[in-house]
Ligand binder design. Structure first.
Ligand code: HEC
Length: 188
């Protein structure tokens, strides 16, 4: 006689099967007791693994993982290039906004709309909330390296399929454009 006992490990959803074969009836009672004992042990073990130490461990691991990811994300979010910290003006510097618009009209407007509509590149609406100021300035001045190394830039390239050409911006140009983007995003 063969018994198949199925237990589902609730937290992982893994079915656990125990197969027992009995050869004679007079062993039945003893075997039943053993099966119950084995099952109970197994359930206890599963419960321990599922809700006990294991969970605490995985919580601890994920906490560390989150912290590391955040630190890494923080660096990643700034992109690849020389701008590691950009000081933002508040309120906006209107001279910089005007200068930025001038550069946009000449060098960027053929590929970037100021709305969220994609032309050759993404529309600039919301770009200052999508990207950190450092990322925008690194991208604008160091586009080749960004497209080769920065995960976010590479993902964008995969969508747009066109490599943005280097626009030969000076640091000041890039900063003025950033100011213009912030103004375009409704900052005052
Ligand atoms: C020939 C078209 C073209 C021109 C001109 C151009 N870009 Fe781009 N830009 C792109 C493309 C395409 C992308 C998306 C990334 C890729 O595929 O290379 C992009 C992406 C960007 C991004 C990231 C946008 C986002 O949503 O994250 C910024 C910032 C940017 N460009 C800045 C500029 C600036 C500043 C200028 C002008 C000085 C400019 N671009 C001129 C094509 C262009």
């Amino acid at each position: 006689m063969t018994f198949i006992i199925g237990i589902t490990d609730a937290s992982h959803g893994n079915p656990i099967f125990i197969f027992r074969t009995f050869t004679s009836e007079n062993k039945h009672n003893k075997s039943m007791k053993r099966i119950i004992l084995i099952s109970a042990t197994c359930i206890a073990f599963c419960a321990l693994v599922a809700c006990g130490d294991n969970n605490q461990n995985s919580d601890a691991t994920s906490n560390t993982a989150t912290t590391t990811t955040e630190n890494k994300a923080e660096d990643d979010a700034k992109g690849v290039g020389k701008f590691t910290s950009v000081e933002l003006t508040n309120p906006l510097d209107q001279n910089m906004v005007t200068a930025g618009k001038g550069i946009y009209d000449v060098k960027c407007g053929s590929c970037h709309r100021l709305t969220d509509v994609k032309l050759v590149g993404p529309g600039w609406k919301g770009v200052t909330s999508r990207r950190k100021p450092e990322w925008i300035m690194n991208f604008s001045t160091n586009v080749e390296e960004m497209l080769n190394k920065d995960a976010n830039a590479m993902a964008m390239l995969e969508e747009c399929l066109v490599r943005m050409p280097n626009q030969n911006l000076s640091d000041d140009d890039a900063r003025n454009i950033l100011e213009f983007m912030r103004s375009n995003d409704g900052e005052k």
